[in-house]
Structures are given as C-alpha cells and as structure tokens.
Design a protein around this ligand. Structure first.
Ligand code: TXA
Ligand code: MG
Length: 305
C-alpha cells in the first residue's frame, strides 16, 4: 500500500519562512505567496528540483518558468540587462513585472527552467514573505503559479491545497494575494524595444499578435474552471453561477463598487467559487476593457475558451 505524502501547511511567519528555506535548499517544493498569485517554488539551479515542479503541476515541458530574484543585481547574474531592462527594473521592481531577457551562458540555471530557450524570464517580487525567503537563500527560485497546469490560479493557501495537496512539500500561508493577477511579462529585444507578452497589473501597452507563440504558456485555454463560462453576461440563467461586477450583482461580486483593482484581486477567488458551486455553468458580467480590466478580460477569455 502506498501512502500519499502529506503537504505541510505553515503560517508565513519567521519560523515558517526558515522551514521553507530549509525545504528549498534540500530540493523540495514550496508554495509561497507573492503579490500576484501563489507561486510553486523550487531552486532554479537544480534540474531535479525543477523537474518536480513540472511533475507536480502536470505542466508541459515546453513551457518555461519564471525565475524569481531579489533585485536587479541578482538578475544580472543570469541575464544581460540592456538599458531598457534596467529602466523598467528601476521603475517597477520589486513588483509584478517579469522581464524576458537573453540568458547568460554562465547563468548556471537548470536548462529545463527555460525549456531550452536562449532567453530567461526574471522577476523581483514585492511580497514581504517572498522577499524574506529570497534573502535567506543563495539561489534564485523558479516559480510558476501554484496550480495544476491549465487550472485556475491560486490567490489563497486554500486554493493551492485544493489543487496540489499531497503533491508538494509545503505551503506557506500569507493570506490572500493583493494584485490577484499574474505579472505583466515584457520581452526586451536586442534593439532595446519592448514587447508585452502577457498583460498584467502593470500596464505597458497591449500584447503583440505573435506573442502566443513566444510565451508558450499563453495558451488559448487556461485558468479553466472545468465548466462552461459565458462572458459579458447582462443577466443569468437559473443554472448559472453568476459573477457580478458593479451594479450587476450575482452569487459572487468582483467588486460591488465597480473598482477594477478590487476585481483583479477577487477574480480567481470568484472563479474558484464558481468551479466549486453545484451550478453547471458560470456567467460573468461585462468588465470595462481599460487599465487592469484588459488583463482581467485576457484571463476571462482563456477561462471561457
Ligand atoms: O505573477 C507571476 O508571474 C506568477 C508568480 C508566481 O510570480 N508566476 C506565473 O508563472 O504566472 P506561470 O508559469 O504561471 O507563467 C509564466 C509565463 C508562461 O506563460 C511562460 O510561457 C512565460 O511566462 N515564460 C517563461 N519564460 C519565458 C521565456 N523565456 N520567453 C517567453 N515566455 C516565457
Ligand atoms: Mg500559471
């Protein structure tokens, strides 16, 4: 008889963070809160540790991971940072911005982190728990969102356990994530131009058409609640779990005040509730397509695809 290994759940206090550092040093998997979503972290310099991320998530091996660093100085050990990258890092790090940069030949990262590409995605997160953790370790952390591949991203420790309990070593509970949507991803080209690959909390413009090919994780279907999702719904059928916004109420509201920041922070929780509901379908009220609303609509389109 095989026994399902238990996943430890700890509060993200000093003792919890110290334990997480120990598990990570030994090559284990830890779900850690960030300001965007919970990440599933492993040491990025170990092929064995990184392989466990793909295994636990059921993630296709062609989809590269984001590497989390303390700051620009640590980032420069793994990638070339041209002027455009330095300006963006100075403006937005620590924060919800990921930069895709040329991988340094001497980076020493596991090749599976970048799925064999000659670029690497780097981000310096702002969440105090992730920052405290990165200070205690001398390696960077590969961390995709802490959910089964293709499923709704996690913004609470409960969401992580619902998806990955028994498949990872530890979850650090730091409460709900503030931004609630994954980081904006921007590729810095050799000529210094910037292409947005994934819209997110920081508005750097709209993604180019071709970005779906370049960011392989940007699949048309993603963030899927496992049942049909109807968008721009102005009313709901009795068998639909209604996700409201502003004056449109529902079984769950993204923001009664019609605030887009609040809606971003609540999006995945409402989708998780809709997924868990007995109703077979989900309907979502229209969300204005400006500011972070663009990133919300990007995620909703993929959830509905
Ligand atoms: O906010 C976030 O970014 C969260 C937290 C945990 O930091 N992480 C996250 O990771 O959203 P994940 O794995 O769910 O999404 C990473 C995205 C994928 O779409 C992947 O294809 C893209 O980043 N990516 C990673 N490396 C890349 C590269 N070298 N070139 C282009 N896209 C890359
Ligand atoms: Mg993800």
């Amino acid at each position: 008889m095989t026994c399902k290994p238990a996943t430890e759940l700890l509060l993200a206090d000093d003792a919890g963070i110290a334990r997480a550092a120990e598990v990570l040093r030994a090559g284990g998997l830890v779900a850690v809160p960030t300001e965007t979503v919970y990440g599933l972290a492993a040491r990025a310099d170990s092929a064995e540790a990184v392989a466990k991320i793909y295994e636990a998530k059921g993630r296709p091996s062609f989809n590269p991971l984001i590497v989390h660093v303390r700051d620009e100085e640590q980032a420069a050990r793994y990638a070339d940072l041209p002027g455009a990258a330095r300006s963006l890092a100075e403006a937005y790090w620590p924060g919800p911005l990921t930069l895709v940069l040329s991988l340094r030949q001497d980076a020493g990262l596991a090749p599976t982190v970048t799925a064999g590409l000659d670029t690497v995605a780097l981000r310096a997160p702002a969440h105090p728990v992730m920052r405290a953790l990165l200070k205690q370790i001398d390696f960077p952390l590969a961390a995709p969102s802490a959910n089964r591949s293709g499923y709704i991203s996690p913004t609470t420790a409960g969401h992580v356990l619902a998806s990955l309990d028994g498949r990872i070593d530890l979850v650090l509970d730091g409460g709900p994530c503030e931004a609630g949507l994954e980081s904006t991803i921007a590729a810095i080209r050799a000529d210094g131009s910037v292409d947005v690959l994934r819209p997110g909390p920081i508005d750097l413009g709209d993604p180019a058409e071709s970005s779906s090919i370049e960011a392989p994780g940007q699949l048309a279907q993603h963030y899927a609640p496992g049942k049909p999702v109807r968008l721009n719904a102005r009313d709901s059928e009795p068998d639909e779990f209604m996700i409201g916004f502003g004056e449109m109420s529902g079984d769950c509201s993204l923001s009664e005040a019609g605030d887009l920041q609040e809606a971003a922070a609540r999006l995945y929780d409402c989708l998780h509730q809709g997924a868990a509901s007995e109703k077979p379908r989900i309907a979502v009220a229209p969300i204005p397509d400006d500011e972070v609303g663009k990133a919300i609509n990007d995620r909703l389109r993929r959830a509905a695809a």
